[in-house]
Design a protein around this ligand. Structure first.
Ligand code: ASP
Length: 466
C-alpha cells in the first residue's frame, strides 16, 4: 500500500492507510495500547484494539524511537476525545498491522519537549536525535523556506547565484583566518574565506552585474556569546548602483519575506528608518539601537538602517589607522578627494550601511571603490607598503583597472536573522550542526588529532604547549 504522510491522514477518514515513522510515545491502558507516531509532517495518535491480536503482540514490544510501518484505518474520534487545536485531533488511527523497520536504543535525551532545559553539550553530542524534537524540526524546515523564498525573490530580480571557493587566500574582514596547509606546496597555506568579498567584486568585474550566494564564512575568533566559527551569509553584490539602490532591494525582500512567511509578525516601521552612526551613539549610546516601542513583544520586528559610519579608526595595538568595517568600501562621495589625498582621515565617512533588527546587527554592506587609486589610498592610510599592497591586492587593483563598473553589495548574517524570525535565544538553535561555545563539535569530535603520516606529508611538526 502506498505511504500516506501523517499530515494527510485527516483527508482519509474511513479509509485504510499505511504510514511510516517513529514511535513517539506508548501508553498502555488495560487491553488498549495507545501509540503516538511521528513523521516529518507531524504526529498522530494510534490505538490497538484488543481484537487486533497480531498488532497487539508487536505493540507491546514497541519503545519510543523505534521505526515502524503501520497499516490502519483512519477513524473519527468519539466527540468527547476530539482535540480541536491539535494536529489530527479529530481522528485516530486504528492499528491493524505493525512492521518494525528498525529498533532504537533508549534515547539519551528527552526529545519531546523543547529541550532548552537539557545540557547543551549533551544535546550537541546526540544532535541527530536532538534534531528530532519538533522545535528544531520547525526551525530547520523554516530556515529552508526562508532561503528558498530569498533565492526565488533574487532570481526574479535578475540575480545569479554563483559559488565561490572555500580554499583561497586571505581576505581582510577584521578577524583571524582559518588556514589549511597545502600538501603539494609544502609550507604554503590556503585561507578559508571570512566572506566572499573579493570574489563577489571580481564577479562584478566579470560582468555578471547581480550576484548572490548563501555563503559559508569562517572566522577564527575567540568564542564570544552568539558566534560560530562558521556561519552563513546571504551575500549579494550589484553593479551600477548607489547606496539607496542596495538598501531598497534588501528592504523590499525583507518585508516580502516577513509578510509572506511570518504573517503573525509586525514590522514596526515601513519604510525602515535610517539613522546616522552619530545619531545612534548620541541617542542610544550604541551603534545598533533597539528601537522597538514594545520590547515584550517577540513578534515585533524593528528594522533600522545605520549609515554614515567613520571609515577609519585607530588600531589600539598598532596605534595606526585601520578600517571600521570593510577596506573595499568607498567613502561617501564628498570625502573621495580627502581619501585620495590621504587627509582629514578621522572625518571620512564610509558608504557602509548596517541593517539592525531589534538591537542586533543582521547585515551590512557598502558601495565599493571601483577606482583602483581609491582602493590603494585606503591601504596607504592603513600604512601598507606599496609592496604589500601589490602582493596582497594586486589582483583586485588590476581587476578594478580592467573595466569594473561601479558596484556595491551587502551580506546578511543569515543565522542571526533566523533567530529573530523563530524567536530563538541563539544561532545554535537554527543551525543543524553547530559547534559548542568553545568551537568544538562534540558529536564528530572536531577538532581532533590527525595521523602522524598526514602531518609528515604536510611537513608539519606539532610543538606541545609548555
Ligand atoms: N563582506 C562583508 C561582511 O562580511 C559584507 C559586505 O560588505 O558585503 O561583513
Amino acid at each position: 500500500m502506498e505511504r500516506t504522510y501523517i499530515k494527510d491522514l485527516n483527508l482519509k477518514v474511513g479509509q485504510e492507510v499505511s504510514i511510516n515513522g517513529w514511535v513517539d510515545i506508548r501508553r498502555d491502558q488495560g487491553k488498549l495500547i495507545f501509540l503516538d507516531f511521528r513523521d516529518v509532517t507531524g504526529k498522530v495518535q494510534g490505538v490497538i484494539l484488543p481484537n487486533a491480536t497480531a498488532a497487539h503482540e508487536v505493540g507491546f514490544t514497541l519503545r519510543p524511537e523505534w521505526v515502524v510501518c503501520v497499516k490502519g484505518k483512519v477513524n473519527p474520534r468519539p466527540p468527547k476525545n476530539v482535540q480541536k487545536d491539535k494536529q489530527n485531533g479529530e481522528i485516530e488511527l486504528e492499528i491493524l498491522e505493525i512492521k518494525v523497520l528498525n529498533e532504537a536504543t533508549t534515547p539519551p535525551i528527552d526529545i519531546r519537549g523543547d529541550g532548552k532545559e537539557i545540557n547543551e553539550e549533551v544535546r550537541l553530542k546526540y544532535r541527530y536525535q536532538d534534531l528530532r524534537r519538533p522545535r528544531l524540526q520547525k526551525n530547520i524546515i523554516n530556515r529552508h523556506k526562508v532561503m528558498l523564498h530569498v533565492r526565488n525573490a533574487l532570481a526574479k530580480e535578475g540575480f545569479t547565484e554563483i559559488e565561490t571557493p572555500l580554499l583561497s587566500a586571505t581576505t581582510p574582514e577584521g578577524s583571524r583566518d582559518y588556514i589549511v596547509p597545502s600538501r603539494l606546496e609544502r609550507g604554503s597555506f590556503y585561507s578559508l574565506p571570512q566572506s566572499p568579498q573579493q570574489y563577489k567584486q571580481l564577479l562584478m568585474s566579470s560582468g555578471f552585474e547581480k550576484y548572490f550566494q548563501f555563503a559559508r564564512c569562517m572566522r577564527d575568533e575567540d568564542s564570544r556569546g552568539d558566534r560560530q566559527p562558521e556561519f552563513t551569509q546571504m551575500d549579494m553584490e550589484m553593479s551600477f548602483v548607489e547606496r539607496k539602490d542596495v538598501m531598497a532591494i534588501n528592504e523590499k525582500i525583507l518585508i516580502d519575506l516577513v509578510t509572506t512567511l511570518y504573517p503573525n509578525k509586525k514590522i514596526q516601521q515601513i519604510p525602515f528608518p535610517v539613522m546616522s552612526y552619530k545619531e545612534a551613539m548620541e541617542k542610544y549610546g550604541v551603534d545598533k539601537p533597539d528601537i522597538r516601542t514594545d520590547k515584550n513583544d517577540p513578534d515585533l520586528l524593528a528594522f533600522l538602517w545605520v549609515i554614515d559610519w567613520p571609515f577609519f579608526e585607530k588600531d589600539p595595538d598598532t596605534k595606526g589607522w585601520t578600517f571600521t568595517h570593510n577596506p573595499f568600501s568607498s567613502p561617501t562621495p564628498e570625502f573621495m578627494d580627502d581619501l585620495l589625498n590621504q587627509k582629514n582621515i578621522e572625518n571620512i565617512f564610509t558608504t557602509q550601511y548596517d541593517i539592525v533588527l531589534n538591537g542586533s546587527e543582521i547585515g551590512g554592506g557598502s558601495i565599493r571603490n571601483h577606482n583602483p587609486e581609491a582602493l590603494k589610498a585606503v591601504f596607504k592610510v592603513m600604512g601598507y607598503s606599496e609592496e604589500r599592497i601589490e602582493k596582497n591586492f594586486g589582483h583586485m587593483l588590476n581587476a578594478l583597472g580592467s573595466g569594473t563598473p561601479p558596484h556595491g553589495g551587502i551580506a546578511w548574517g543569515f543565522d542571526r536573522l533566523m533567530t529573530f524570525l523563530e524567536v530563538e535565544p541563539n544561532i545554535r538553535e537554527v543551525i543543524a550542526f553547530p559547534k559548542n561555545g568553545e568551537g568544538r563539535d562534540p558529536m564528530m569530535g572536531a577538532p581532533g588529532k590527525v595521523m602522524d603520516k598526514q602531518l609528515k606529508e604536510l611537513g608539519i611538526e606539532i610543538v606541545e604547549e609548555k
